[in-house]
Structures are given as structure tokens and as C-alpha cells.
Design a protein around this ligand. Sequence first.
Ligand code: F6R
Length: 261
Amino acid sequence: MEIVILDDARDIGRLGADAVGALLRRRPDAVLGLATGSSPLAVYDELAARCAAGEVSFARARGFTLDEYVGLAADHPESYRNVIDTAFVSRVDFAPGTVQGPDGLAADIPAACAAYEADIAAAGGIDLQILGIGTDGHIGFNEPGSSLASRTRIKTLTRQTRLDNARFFDGDLDAVPTHCLTQGLGTIMSARHAVLIATGAGKAEAVHQMVEGPVSAMWPGTVLQHHPHVTVLLDRAAAGRLQLAEYYRETYRSKPRWQGL
Ligand code: F6R
């Protein structure tokens, strides 16, 4: 796991966009895994700016979102399908229909989850998965207690996650759905490169556990310790509880340039 501690969200945006840009130059038809929520917004903003400047193109790329609320109407602005469209997809040059997400309105939820896994596999798997992390340590919506080998399925959101996300629903906890469909931890682990972004002191404990704690379903992000290629982009506040912060800084400062991210 590579830990990169940066000054602010703009620096995170630039470095995250560098990773996506380098992949698309190497492989224009790359498959991207897209998180919603606030953490990746700086990366999406930077990629939109670079796309407008002709520096990066998604014209041959594909995308799969991580998760979706169950039961939110298709035109609800907080459905993750609409959130990712607004925050990213509509601002770059993906071809129509090349970004998909789990179907939170499916009549047959297990079949929809299996179909999503099959679609990811048919696309050749995810090359680069963008992730955030919840204050309770979830990645995707794999809440504490999730199987470390799980695939896309329905999950019950914790009260903590619903409280955290009530800010997107005018502060109304009752408006936050209780269930979601999410790529599993096993699905996320199948991505070839994971780039996880965390900002703010509220994430510091989850980040400390994910990077330095024992691997445990109680802190689902810890499964990433078993992944061979994870890049963690943090601001200073999110890095605030890391025991080896100075070592991570020194490692990144002295990293050979040819290594890239
Ligand atoms: C969203 C997702 C979640 C979020 C996490 C952090 O697609 O997968 O794991 O990344 O809840 O949310 P923010 O970034 O809003 O703090």
C-alpha cells in the first residue's frame, strides 16, 4: 500500500487525475471503477478540466460505479447513477451507455447483482478503481462485518453511514435509504489498481485502521492490505492518526520517478 500525504484536495485531484491519465494513455479502452460521494470530486474536477483541454479522453473507456441505493426513483438526484452523471460522466467524453451501475430498482435483486458481476467480467475486469472510505471503515458500501470475499450484493447501511449521508438529503435521516447494492470486497479486490482518497479529520481513524490496523471485517477497508497495488491519497487531516506518517512522507519523497503511481 502506497500512502501519499498531500497538502489539500487540489493536490489530491491532480495526483489522482495523473493516475487515470497515465492509464488511459497506456490503455485508451481502460475500465474504470467509479466511487460517488465527496472524496473523489477533486479528481473528477481535474479530469473534466483535462478532458476539456484535450489532455485526456474517455471516448474508448468504460466505467462501473461501486454502488447504488435500493429503491430511489431513477430521477432522484441522489441516486448514484445521477450523482456520477452530474459529478463526472456528463463532464467528459464517455460514449453513451459506457458507464453503468448496479440496478437498485431491479425486481430481482440477486439476479441484478449477478448480472453486474458478469458485466464487469465481460469488460475484462476493472483496471483502476477509485475509492473513498466511510467513517466506519466501509469501502463501497461494505459495512463492518462484510465478508472479505463478498461480491456484488444487497447490504443494509449502518446508522452511522446514513447519518453521514443525510447531508445529501437535506439533513433528513429518514430520507436516506436503508439498503444499497454494492460491489463486494472481493469485487473491489479484483481491480488491478485501487486509488483510495480520504480527506478531513473525520476519516483519520478509518484511515489509520485501514493502513495500520489488523485485517478485519470490522474495518472492511483493511482488506486492501492484501491487494498488491493500492495508492492512498490523503490530506494532512485524514493522515492525522497514522503512526508511520513520517515514514510514508519520506518514502514518497525519495520514490524513484520511473515507478509512477
Ligand atoms: C460511494 C462509496 C462510499 C464512499 C464513502 C465516503 O460510492 O463507495 O464508500 O466513498 O461513504 O463518502 P464521502 O466521500 O462522501 O465521504
